[in-house]
Design a protein around this ligand. Structure first.
Ligand SMILES: Nc1ncnc2c1ncn2[C@@H]1O[C@H](COP(=O)(O)OP(=O)(O)OP(=O)(O)O)[C@@H](O)[C@H]1O
Length: 251
């Protein structure tokens, strides 16, 4: 059975302050990537924490993960304070929630994820010795190694160089399709959204603006309304739509 996720009037409050309300989505299915976009402090991370069960609030979250797998969440903050090596930390993440000894299969899965993310060269470095981008890749490895069915990634490429961004987002896209994973991805780069996502959920100041297919949602009107910039959508040489920004909105 394919995993699915659906939100109905979901909100978040910190104490008495409501920061997010009435987020409702269609059925988000395994194999699809939904990008969550919006300005700083719009409520994207709060939504992810709410779906991951780390925050309480109004509304219903319908999660269906089938017979195996689960909901895996990669937070925006990947700072660490442990003496583990990269390899140990990924193996530990693999073991989390599994009530059995580590076997050969687990070691193979860890090796495979290290190679998919091209981080074998840092496998035996301490987590505290990593660069920001390396830390982000290791955090992604720790999330992917748990065999998610619903994958919540909060800005997983924000610290990566351009080559790594394209590589990682392509990997996420491929894994979603091959393993029927339902991916939700918070991300600021709208050009990467246009390359990787099937659907976009737009949040502004705690309110849902829209949720729909990428090319219906990312339009000059949205750029003006949500981001206060004038821009156009044009196609690159490989015919992928791209956002061209002309400058701050003039009216
Ligand atoms: N622990 C907290 N306690 C109180 N308010 C919080 C807490 N965490 C976040 N907020 C507030 O909730 C609002 C939404 O924050 P959130 O981190 O969800 O935004 P975001 O869309 O992920 O932003 P960014 O793009 O800057 O990462 C902000 O006004 C923020 O100040």
């Amino acid at each position: 059975m394919v995993a699915s996720l659906q939100l109905h009037q979901v909100g978040v409050r910190y104490g008495k302050q409501s920061v997010l309300s009435e987020i409702t989505t269609p059925l988000l299915k395994g194999g699809e990537v939904t990008a969550v976009i919006g300005p700083n402090a719009a409520g994207k991370s709060s939504l992810f924490r709410r779906i991951a069960g780390l925050l309480e609030g109004p509304g219903q979250i319908q999660v269906d993960v089938g017979v195996s797998g689960g909901v895996c969440y990669m937070p925006q903050d990947t700072s660490v304070n442990t003496v583990l090596t990269v390899y140990e930390s990924i193996l530990l993440a693999r073991k989390q929630g599994r009530d059995r000894k580590v076997g050969d299969e687990d070691l193979e899965v860890v090796d495979h994820i290290l190679s998919s993310l091209r981080i074998e060269n840092i496998a035996f470095k301490g987590l505290c010795e990593l660069s920001g981008g390396q830390r982000q890749l290791v955090s992604l490895a720790q999330t992917l190694v748990r065999d998610p069915k619903i994958l919540l990634l909060d800005e997983p490429t924000s610290a990566l160089d351009l080559n790594r961004q394209v590589e990682v987002l392509t990997l996420i896209r491929t894994l979603a399709r091959e393993r029927d994973i339902c991916v939700m991805l918070a991300i600021h780069d709208l050009n990467q959204v246009m390359r990787v996502a099937d659907r976009v959920l737009v949040i502004d100041a705690g309110t849902m603006i829209t949720c729909g297919p990428v090319e219906d949602v990312i339009t000059p009107d949205l750029l003006r309304r949500v981001y206060k910039v004038d821009g156009r959508i044009e196609r690159c040489s490989r015919l992928c739509p791209h956002v061209m920004i002309d400058g701050p909105a003039t009216h």
